[in-house]
Design a binder for this molecule. Sequence first.
Ligand SMILES: CC(C)(COP(=O)(O)OP(=O)(O)OC[C@H]1O[C@@H](n2cnc3c(N)ncnc32)[C@H](O)[C@@H]1OP(=O)(O)O)[C@@H](O)C(=O)NCCC(=O)NCCS
Length: 179
Amino acid sequence: MNIIRNKFVHLGGNVKIWHHSNIYGTRKYPVQIGDDTQVGSFCEVKPGVTIGRRCRLQSFIFISEMTEISDDVFIGPHVLILNDKYPTTAKIFQNKYVPQPARIAHHVTIGGGAIIGPDIKLGHHAVIGMGAVVVKSVAPYAIVAGNPARIIGRVNDKKYQKNFPVEYANRVRRSGKTK
Ligand SMILES: CC(C)(COP(=O)(O)OP(=O)(O)OC[C@H]1O[C@@H](n2cnc3c(N)ncnc32)[C@H](O)[C@@H]1OP(=O)(O)O)[C@@H](O)C(=O)NCCC(=O)NCCS
């Protein structure tokens, strides 16, 4: 487990962080990770990030400062979650960098290699296709894919009901139990 300055990284019960992941909590911007969440190898979690309970983060994920991730979120490998639309070194050196973090609601699924842009909200139960470039917020239950990401379906469409069972997900959330 690799945790940078672990005094400012608050881990819930049964959290697992796999090898070579850096979790950068600071005094001003601690990192919070909820019960039963797992973070895969080679992930980068920046200051001020909050991650909910029962999340599954696969490997090689970059999560920029102040990103909010709710409960039961799945994030595939190589996902980037960004927070500055117009990044420059000048902003950083002049201390004018103000993060515009993404907010990811409960039960969102993000496919491998997707990019979530700054200031994006992903509504609960939304699904982001592999490789999507998300430049606009996504409504709850929507399935989006492509660059730029566009809606290709909804999780309650007949085609997806088995794969993204919303009722089951809600039961787990209410009871707080995965079994
Ligand atoms: C988004 C997703 C759920 C859609 O599943 P689906 O609807 O069963 O996919 P289909 O193969 O039936 O494709 C439906 C249409 O969307 C397109 N499409 C599907 N996934 C796409 C993607 N990621 N990017 C762009 N287009 C995509 C297909 O080309 C197809 O278009 P068409 O109707 O013009 O032919 C799925 O493709 C996906 O990306 N899953 C995430 C996988 C992943 O990253 N897993 C990580 C764990 S290893």
